[in-house]
Design a binder for this molecule. Structure first.
Ligand code: C2O
Ligand code: CU
Ligand code: CU
Length: 529
């Protein structure tokens, strides 16, 4: 049943200097320090060329005291429109890439870290060789060249480290940044732009007394995933923003390792969503609150037009239940500090502030929220391969997290993970009864499941297995009719999706975006071909 497809071991590749391609995949060329891995191709005429360098540096994250040592992506635009890169001032986050549909992009990635690394463009539909598969991780002093055309529609994506076994620590230490894609259909909508098109990148971190990043508070956090005690927005602990009395487009990204947020305005103002993951919605959606799991994005329309000068709106996390394993209840929260308790003693189900917006300037005009946004064709399950439903079974066991009972393996693909190129597939994501191993069942918890490649659509979300209290606390928080690449699957939920596998042959990952789970092996890959 399972078949060895590829001797794609990085060490093997480095020693041999050549990737063997059992499946006719592109070879990668490598060598020792300062060599180029996967070099520039001459026939690819780049419209945009970015040099991206990962390196350790010190950044002022907290408002007081010493700087914090981080890992950061530095960007340099070598070619392309001059506003392609935007660096959030003073942030450890990498520069925002502002891409346009149809552009040909070349990214030259330099690893200046004392550890292997590779970057992945989460949400973008790119060839295997340019997708940041961990088999392409490069060592200090090496460079990796990515080349792809922007096939995505307008939406919000992001990039982050995808180094197997080190994704969680590298992202935690700073290796992430935003990607926006714009297209013609979007530009006709006249959505807020420039300073009014604002990222809201939410992360949670913990700090030592000397302002250095602290990671994992013990064994149970390895299972639940890292939960910090301080909210960082756009790379800063100071999460107070000054705004003008008009409408904004907020691109909200949960770039936390494992924390799931239930977002709401403190004064009961509903949230207005205009986009999910890497795509705009057909029309705006109004909800009292919205769930946002690691890897997910939400675009919000936030209108301060009627607000008085000096007034403040606060975006909060609201309590919810059902996401954490029952055996760990009350153990792994980590937001304790904010509530004046000892750290690590409170559950996820708590209320805390995420960001504050104070209206500082009166302006007279503001764009209006369009009734309709973009055309989006809904796919029925008929569109998918009729003879199969690809299973993605989620399970936890002692110190492990798995997909269909298996851990990640760089060079293996199961039969059911082989997908014909240019097909649509129906996939079913569910919690495997009983988990795996002793106590597995008690470790059942929420998992945000991400699939590389094209955006998918959610066909159904069955919540019948949820407890009443959990269901009540999250039921209005999911927007399931938009474009998605990451979906939160709460315990007791079962989700069916339909996904196209078009354009590119090769290996494409799917995994839990709880980064501790991903590193523990809760990742597999499809072979498209
Ligand atoms: Cu955002 Cu495979 O990752
Ligand atoms: Cu991804
Ligand atoms: Cu998980």
């Amino acid at each position: 049943m399972n078949q060895k497809i590829n001797p794609f071991r990085r060490r093997f590749v480095l020693q041999a200097g050549l990737g063997i391609t059992a499946l006719g995949l592109p070879a990668i060329v490598s060598g020792r320090n300062n060599t180029v891995i996967n070099s520039v191709s001459n026939h690819f005429k780049a419209d945009v060329e970015i040099e991206l360098t990962a390196t350790a540096t010190d950044v002022q994250i907290l408002t007081q005291g010493p700087k914090t040592r981080v890992l950061k992506y530095f960007g340099k635009l070598l070619k392309g429109p001059e506003n392609t890169l935007y660096q959030l001032p003073g942030s450890y986050l990498g520069p925002t890439f502002r891409l346009i549909q149809g552009q040909k992009v070349r990214i030259i990635f330099n690893n200046h870290l004392r550890q292997p690394s590779i970057a992945h463009w989460h949400g973008l539909h790119v060839p295997q060789k340019s997708d940041g598969h961990p088999m392409y991780a490069i060592e200090n002093g090496q460079r990796y060249v990515y080349e792809f055309e922007v096939l995505n529609r307008a939406g919000t994506s992001f990039y982050h480290s995808h180094t197997h076994g080190m994704t969680a620590t590298q992202v935690y230490q700073g290796l992430a940044g935003l990607i926006t894609v714009s297209d013609e259909e979007e530009s006709e909508l006249g959505l807020p732009d420039g300073e009014f098109d604002m990222p809201l990148i939410i992360q949670d971190k913990s700090f030592t007394y000397s302002n250095q990043l602290r990671y994992l508070h013990g064994r149970h956090q390895r299972m639940t995933g890292f939960l910090g005690d301080k909210i960082i927005v756009n790379g800063k602990a100071d999460t107070r923003f000054k705004v003008k009395s008009r409408a904004y487009r907020f691109r909200v990204l949960n770039a936390s390792n494992s924390r799931i947020y239930k977002l709401a305005w403190d004064d009961g103002t509903p949230l207005i969503a205009i986009g999910t993951d890497a795509g705009l919605l057909p029309k705006p959606v109004t909800r009292p609150y919205l769930m946002l799991a690691p890897g997910e994005r939400l675009e919000l329309w936030v209108d301060f037009s009627d607000r008085a000068i000096g007034s403040t709106m606060t975006l909060r996390n609201l309590p919810f239940s059902g996401a954490m394993p029952s055996m760990m209840h009350g153990m792994g929260g980590g937001m304790g500090m904010m509530r004046g308790h000892r750290q690590g003693m409170s559950g996820l189900s708590e209320s805390f502030e995420i960001a504050q917006f104070t209206v500082k300037h009166k302006v007279s005009d503001s764009p209006r929220l369009p009734d309709k946004l973009v055309t989006m064709q809904r796919w029925s399950s008929q569109k998918a391969d009729p003879n199969r439903v690809i299973p993605i079974g989620l399970s936890m066991g002692p110190m492990s997290a798995r997909l269909n009972g298996m851990s990640f393996s760089m060079n293996r693909v199961m039969d059911y993970e082989k997908v014909p190129l240019n097909s649509y597939q129906k996939l079913k994501i569910f919690h495997q009864r009983g988990g795996h191993g002793r106590m597995g069942m008690l470790m059942n918890m929420a998992h945000p499941i991400h699939l590389h490649g094209q955006q998918y659509q959610i066909l159904s979300r069955d919540t019948s297995g949820m407890s009443q209290s959990a269901y009540e606390s999250v039921k209005d928080g999911f927007i399931d009719h938009g474009w998605k690449d990451t979906v939160l699957v709460m315990p007791g939920q079962e989700i069916e999706i339909i996904k196209p596998f078009q354009d590119y042959q090769g290996l494409f990952l799917y995994h839990c975006h709880n980064l501790e789970h991903e590193d523990m092996g809760m990742m597999r890959q499809f072979y498209v071909g």
